[in-house]
Design a protein around this ligand. Structure first.
Ligand code: FE2
Ligand code: FE2
Length: 292
């Protein structure tokens, strides 16, 4: 693909702002959090105005993924316990998947599973604020679904390339689009002014050794992605096994045996998570193989 086409593809992806179904709340909250004087009450008020969205956010934050199952009663409470960044990440993922869940079947389950697994990895590594890691896992493949909606023809070509050439989704994206969802993730993170921890984990989850500033976030998501694929929970578009980066374990001070125990924890929690109907629009059961 030549440079002009790449630029126009990037432009189309970023026009996600114009998608009519993304809640206005998203823009408003993003603006508010730029201002250091904004209070939690003010943010909570804006989010709570959108009752449908609030209900979805509460459902998500009360799931076992975030460590406070069934204990968060209001948006304000969720902001106090989990912080702006986590709640905004949840709003973004819920909103995007709301309109896009049908574009890539199984990706929502893959993302929620990755959020759970990434949080478990962070806990195993003894990292502070594991829920911040969970939200990185939740958003890690967002670029795939945004591309699916903004570039439907190219998305079809990527899926076709995966099928006919037996490639991983990331490799097929690079062959068809000239860039992968890791790159799209970085654009989206800039576009939404996401914090650097989330941005780097989204853009480096396939190559955590490339993370310059927050190697632990990228490493945790890389391992979370690996775990959810082992369980074949949900789908990311292909059924290829991805290599496990030994750097990721090193960056977190974990051994392979720790990863084994994360797999056990994941298995124990998965039934609870999959018991909750997360799918924003429909509750189609997950199917197919997960991928990276
Ligand atoms: Fe990915
Ligand atoms: Fe993934």
């Amino acid at each position: 693909m030549d440079e002009d086409l790449k630029t126009s593809a990037k432009g189309k992806i970023l026009s996600i702002r114009d998608l009519p179904t993304l809640p206005k709340v998203l823009d408003e909250v993003s603006r508010l959090v730029q201002n250091p004087n904004t209070t939690i009450e003010a943010i909570a008020k804006v989010i709570s105005r959108d009752q449908v969205l609030s209900a979805k956010v509460l459902k998500m934050v009360n799931s076992p993924v975030y460590g406070f199952p069934g204990r968060i009663s209001s948006i304000q409470h969720s902001l106090v316990l989990l912080g702006f960044n986590v709640i905004r990440g949840v709003i973004i993922s819920t909103s995007v998947f709301d309109i896009m869940s049908k574009s890539m079947e199984g990706l929502w389950e893959h993302s929620v599973g990755c959020a759970l697994a990434t949080g478990l990895v962070a806990r195993k590594a003894g990292l502070k604020d594991p829920e911040e890691y969970s939200v990185c896992g939740l958003l890690h493949d967002l670029g795939k679904v945004v591309a699916a909606v903004q570039l439907p023809e190219l998305h079809k070509a990527v899926a076709e390339t995966v099928r006919t050439q037996d490639l991983r989704w990331l490799e097929a994206e690079k062959a068809v689009l000239g860039f992968g969802h890791d790159r799209i993730n970085a654009w989206l993170a800039d576009h939404w002014h996401l914090p650097a921890t989330i941005k780097e984990s989204m853009s480096a989850h396939h190559a955590p050794e490339r993370a310059q500033i927050f190697p632990q976030h990228a490493a945790a998501v890389h391992l979370g992605d690996f775990v959810v694929r082992i369980f074949e929970y949900g789908s990311g578009g292909d059924d290829q096994a991805a290599p496990l980066s030994s750097q990721a374990l090193k960056a977190l001070g974990l051994k392979l045996s720790d990863l084994d125990s994360v797999l056990d924890d994941f298995g124990e929690n998965l039934s609870e998570v999959s018991g909750v109907t997360f799918a924003p629009e429909d509750s189609t059961p997950p199917k197919g193989n997960a991928c990276n």
